[in-house]
Design a protein around this ligand. Structure first.
Ligand SMILES: Cc1ncc(COP(=O)(O)O)c(C=O)c1O
Length: 456
């Protein structure tokens, strides 16, 4: 019989809760579920507040109906397409909707999939480029053992991982003060017959700037005329592929450019879904080598699948469809525009403080970075400002830029759905106060223990 007295004991006097939770070994016995809940609940209180996490691109708020739907469907396994055929059908609706948003030539002839995030989506995009190149080389009787991938030194770490895990030589084009993004200007120095593709980023992680995909494509067209190398582009649109279709329709970056073979995005960034869901779409069935596709049984027929994972949550895919239905083009446009307006407002406010030079102002994706004005102070750096703001709850990373700008430290704000103007005003006030405090120092702050913050 259950010991009723134990159940009645006040929470923090129960055996499990009074002990230090085990860290290295599974405990021998059981614990009241309410006690286990309380222990885990209390431990994560020490995390930062996700809504004040202006380092992350990932959605931290969806609203009550989405939360309800999430709670109803958290048990769906995305890989069980035969058992959950409607979830599978909704996944397909989503990537076809994205294909249309990205101006795919024929929405019935494209192919795509959901993933756990942009990293997996980028890996799949990269794998398709690699296999396509290998097949063409082998058919032509040429060696296919030294593939390389050309991209900016400011790519997100997922591309370094791709090259490492799948044995592709990474060819980084360094960013410089004159060329803060990959812009195709010296592409011929890096591209050769072994280049499987070029990555163009819509929304560089470090700064939020768009790489000019149209210019990169034009440079590759010119290169093809000169050398015969026909090099495809994968657009890493982790953030921008869900911003540009709504608020920058005149920017030509997507399948309107023939050279763009595939596009990936994070549903959990400006797709406005909780982590983790990503998407990748290829412009035609031909752009994705057939051998990479596995067929699973689905509704009595077969369903092509392409993924690195097997089991993974289906709930986020359903939440993505919920957002498409709930918001439509108008809703997404309103949200992305508001994020951009708040980003520009914050950028102006930070520029007005006088201590900082803006790197950009949030007019690509609603993300911007700044640096300390050269010569402003010897007493403190943006790492100190980041620490001071953290004491007030704001998580705003400072970090070095990539090669060749590694001696420049920047700080960055990501404005997401839910960073209201009101919050932005509170943040600006705190940045002003902390900058004034730092400027009032009569000697340098200690630098021991300072390190770049995580800026994924
Ligand atoms: C440009 C870019 N690509 C890829 C990624 C990886 O995305 P995910 O976290 O969805 O795997 C990010 C994340 O910030 C990114 O900014």
């Amino acid at each position: 019989m259950t010991d009723q007295r134990h159940v009645l004991r006040p929470t923090y006097t129960r055996d499990g809760v009074r002990a230090v939770a085990p860290r290295l070994q599974i405990p021998d016995g059981e614990m009241e579920p309410t006690s286990a809940y309380q222990l885990v609940h209390d431990e994560v209180m020490l995390d930062g507040n996700s809504r004040l996490n202006l380092a992350t691109f990932v959605a931290t708020w969806m609203g009550d109906e989405a939360d309800r739907l999430y709670a109803e469907v958290y048990d769906k396994n995305m890989v069980d397409k035969d058992e959950y055929p409607r979830t599978a059908a909704i996944e397909e609706n989503c990537w076809r909707i994205l294909g249309s948003l990205w101006n795919v030539p024929d929405v019935t002839d494209c192919i795509g999939t959901s993933t756990v995030g942009s990293s997996e989506a980028c890996m799949l995009g990269g794998l398709a480029l690699k296999r396509r190149w290998q097949l063409a080389r082998r058919t032509a009787g040429m060696s296919a053992d030294r593939p390389n991938l050309v991209m900016s030194s400011a790519v997100q770490v997922c591309w370094e991982k791709f090259c490492n895990y799948f044995e592709v030589e990474p060819r980084y084009v360094p960013i410089t003060a004159e060329h803060p993004c990959l812009d195709g200007s010296n592409v011929e120095e890096h591209v050769d017959e072994n280049t499987i593709g070029v990555v163009a980023i819509m929304g560089v992680t470090y700064t939020g700037m768009y790489e000019p995909v149209q210019e990169i494509a034009a440079a590759l067209d010119a290169l093809q005329e000169r050398t015969g190398h026909d090099v495809p582009i994968h657009v890493d649109g982790a953030s921008g592929a869900m911003i540009a279709p709504f608020i920058q329709q005149d920017v030509v970056w997507d399948f309107r450019l023939e050279r763009v073979h595939s596009i990936s995005t994070s549903g959990h960034k400006y797709g406005l879904v909780y982590p983790g869901v990503g998407w990748v779409v290829w412009r035609t069935l031909d752009a994705l080598p057939e051998e990479l596709i596995f067929r699973v049984s689905y509704l009595g027929g077969d369903m092509p699948t392409l993924a690195l994972n097997f089991s993974r949550p289906g709930a986020q895919v359903l939440l993505q469809y919920y957002q498409f239905l709930r918001l439509g083009r108008e809703g997404y446009t309103a949200i992305q525009q508001e994020c951009q307006d708040v980003a520009k407002y914050l950028a102006r406010g930070i520029a007005d403080i006088g201590a900082f030079d803006l790197w950009n102002d949030g007019s690509d994706i609603p993300v911007f970075a700044w640096q300390l004005k050269p010569g402003h102070t010897e007493n403190w750096s943006l790492y100190h400002l980041s620490d001071r703001l953290r004491m007030k709850g704001w998580l705003i990373p400072a970090y070095p830029m990539p090669d060749d700008l590694g001696d420049v430290t920047v700080q960055r704000i990501v404005v997401r759905n839910g960073v209201s103007r009101d919050l932005a005003d509170d943040l600006l006030a705190d940045i002003r106060v902390e900058t004034e405090w730092l400027d009032g120092l009569s000697s340098p702050m200690p630098v021991e223990g300072l390190r770049p913050s995580f800026h994924h």
